[in-house]
Every structure is written in C-alpha cells, then in structure tokens.
Write a new protein. Sequence first.
Length: 390
Amino acid sequence: MVAEHSAGRLPAGDLDALASSSGIRRVHVLAWRDFDDPEAGGSEIHAHQVVRRWAAAGLEVTVRTSGAPGLAEQGSRDSYRVIRRGGRYTVFPRAVVAELVGRHGPRDAIVEIWNGVPFLTPVWAHGPRMVLLHHHHGLLWPTVLPPVAAQLGSLFERRLAPPFYRSTPVVTLSKSSRVELCEALHLNGEQVHVVEPGVDERFVPGGSRSVEPLVVVAGRLAPYKRVDMLIEAVELVREKIPEVRLEVIGTGDAEGDLRRTAARLGAGSWVRIRGRVDDDGLLDAYRRAWVVASASSSEGWGMTLTEAARCGTPSVATRIPGHMDAIADGISGFLVEDRTELVGRLTEILSNPLLRDRLGAGAREWSNRFDWQRTATEAFRVLASTVRDR
C-alpha cells in the first residue's frame, strides 16, 4: 500500500487532532544539516516546514544536526528545539550515542532523515519511528567523495543498511522516487509512503517579467546539479535567441567550477552567478524569469520547480525521479532526456509567448495542489500509525 494525500488543503485542526490523539508528545528528529546551515538545501527546507507545523500542533520537537560555522550549539526556531553538534560525518555516531544515553531528553517517537548516510534507528531505537528518505543517492557518491570512499558509501546505502529498515515506515516525496527506492535499495514497498512536499505561501505571481529572455536556475551548487550543462545549453540557445540571459542562484562546492565554465565560454555578459539570496530575492527571480530550469541528475522532488510554478513561471528539467512528479509534462513545463532536448525546449518556450503563457497558467494551477500543512499532517499520520502497530 502507498500512502498518498489527495488534492485540496487540510486545515490545521486536522493535524492538531491527530497529534492530540496519537499518544505522541515528544518527537526527536535526526538530520545531517540544520535549516540555517549555509549549505542547507531542499531536504532541510522540507524538514523545517514539517516540524514547525508539528510544533504548532502542540508537539515537543527536538531536531539534532551537525554543527555549522556561526551557529550556536543549541537554540530554538518556530517553537522547536535545535541541537547542533558534531561534524559532517561525526554527527552520525555522536547523535546515536546522545540518544542512547538520553542526552536529548525523553522521547515518544523518533524520525531520521536518511540523506545518503542513515542513522540506523531500527538497530537501536525502540518505540514509534519512521524515516524521511527523499531519493536514492547512488549518482551522488562519486561527486562528493574519492573513488574508494564513494564505493563504500554506495555499498552501505544500497546493500548493508536497507535490510534493517524492512519494518520501518519510509516517507518519500514522489511516486517516481518510491519506485527508485524500491528498485535500487530493495525496500519493502508496503512500507514506503508518498507524501508530496508543499509550496510556501509567499510564492505568488507579481512584479514584472524581465525585459530580456531570462532563464533562472536555483539550488545548492553541487556537481550532480549539472549547472555547467545548463550554461552550455543556454549558450546554444543564444544561437537563435542571442539576447537570452541566465541567472544562477545558490552556493556550493561547484561554484568555482561554474565560474570557470562561464569564463571559458566567454559568458560573463550573459551569465550571472548571484550566490545565496534572501527570500525576497528568490521570489523576485522566479517572477522575473521566463522559465526556470534544472539539469540535475538526482532529485527527490524539485522544490524550485514548484515554487516557480506557484509564481506562474514554467519549468524545463531533466526527466529523472522527483522531477517527473514536480512537473506536469506539457502542462506546467517540459521534461527532457538530454542536452539536445533541453536546448530545444528552452528555445521553444523563450521564443513562443503563447506557449509560455499557456505553460505559466498551467504551472500556477498545477502548483495549487501542493500544501505544507497537508504534507506535515500526512507525514505525522504515518508516524502515528507506528504507535498502533507496536
């Protein structure tokens, strides 16, 4: 059985009632990075949007993550507690030990966010639990670790860890990601539930489109995001639409390589790498863009695509698990197989105002189904079901 929410917004009271009747009062969440971490991405946004609503429903939520420069070891945000200790890799054993000795305080349930490396909660955590797993990280290991370490990490994710999770509910973001997890990790399909992410209410149409054709890409600048391929694609688009511009929003390890790619192509006049922007800056970019694009090779969803869609901006993105559910192909944008098709679809949208308007309207209508309150409610419903199961 696959758990999926239906269209239509759920009132906050549904989550309040569910939390009150579940028998769960204190929830601990183990995650790799914190929402305020400079390298935070979609996984951290998702976790924040969910747990802040759990806290608003009366739950005592503690989120344990790794530390980050400039962030205090402990603090609170939107009525939930945050503990940041350990490095990027030491956070895993340190968080487990802290839970075993009760350093985080008592809990009624535990949630782990499996972001490549799991916390192995089924091995040591008793009581209600579930896992948030956005996607299989198989293609990412070689981009972040040396060859031998990447092979070991992939082996651990694909073969060693999954058997421990056969009886643990796993929440993922899309149908296509669910298929990938079941095929690649051999997870128990009956335990993998689909709960789509929401779109923040601040993303609404407004402002004015850029005078010049504008493509925007937003997100963490990591090698697997393949922003370099997007820069090369836009260069080819410029052969037919020479006035097109590209804005790159975000920071990450690949930023230096992207600047070198732009320099190699002589793209300084039409590529703008903006780095991290605030909420207003991101909203403005979505509203000014003629199209938002992603050439990523691995995603659990594609939040920038649905955020832009809520602003009435269509998308073009690679046909991969996650993207396949974030875009309604031919309605809110287009899915593409390779760079050639990416160039073709970008050129088509940028040169055809009637198509662009149709896709923009379709994107706005499509995105209205995604609601964070429903996401938080349905995710907690999965966690609450483990109380009854046990």
